[in-house]
Design a protein. Structure first.
Length: 207
């Protein structure tokens, strides 16, 4: 964007919340589908404590570490208050970075306005537009037309990029087979992030 000095228009199709919005805000303009969900500005870290369950079934986990904090966040023991404070500090640091990115990407909003909106809640596309988080509501065709206008073009060739090995991967391909615009709301793959893995700090809407 900086090297080529070309306008970037981001289009939120179904879910553009948290990390999705983090990426979209890098664009010059943001167009949201009328039935989209966005917002969820913030950071989450989720871990579980299965210590009680393991005791009931006779399993004991042992961690051999180089330091007392090396296994903090482990699902096999309770987290101490000190460890919780450490994690909260990291989350807060990432959160401040998120606010800075949104503040820089949305010059129509003040820093105080961004902070007020960033309590983690989601917004519909219509709500987001009213709050200044997106510029307009529309479909893909509207986003393309806006990009042409921003670039000063009357005609343009639309190119869809695909990842290697994927069959015709585009914004519509995942809707084939009876899916709806809400397909992204039930992304079961996200559950793997909290099953038996180390804690992760995520720009993610994960109710």
């Amino acid at each position: 964007k900086a090297k080529r000095n070309i306008p970037i228009v981001a289009w939120i199709m179904d879910v553009g919340a948290s990390g999705g919005y983090y990426v979209a805000v890098a664009g010059d303009k943001i167009v949201a589908h009328p039935a989209s969900v966005t917002g969820s500005l913030g950071v989450i870290m989720l871990t579980i404590n299965a210590e009680g369950l393991l005791q009931k079934i006779g399993i004991q986990a042992t961690a051999v570490t180089s330091g007392p904090k090396k296994d903090m966040g482990s699902p096999f023991r309770a987290m101490t208050e000190e460890e919780l404070a450490i994690f909260q500090g990291v989350v807060s640091s990432f959160y401040e970075r998120f606010l800075t990115v949104v503040d820089e990407g949305r010059p129509n909003l003040s820093g105080d306005q961004v902070r007020k909106l960033a309590d983690g809640r989601i917004y519909t596309g219509e709500q987001a537009m009213a709050l200044g988080l997106v510029d307009s509501l529309g479909y893909l065709e509207d986003a393309i037309e806006l990009a042409k206008q921003e670039a000063g073009l009357s005609e343009a060739r639309v190119v869809t990029y695909r990842r290697p090995g994927e069959y015709h991967h585009n914004i519509y391909s995942r809707l084939i087979g009876g899916g709806t615009i809400w397909t992204g709301l039930a992304n079961l793959d996200l559950l793997a992030l909290v099953r038996g893995r180390t804690p992760q700090f995520m720009y993610l809407w994960m109710p």
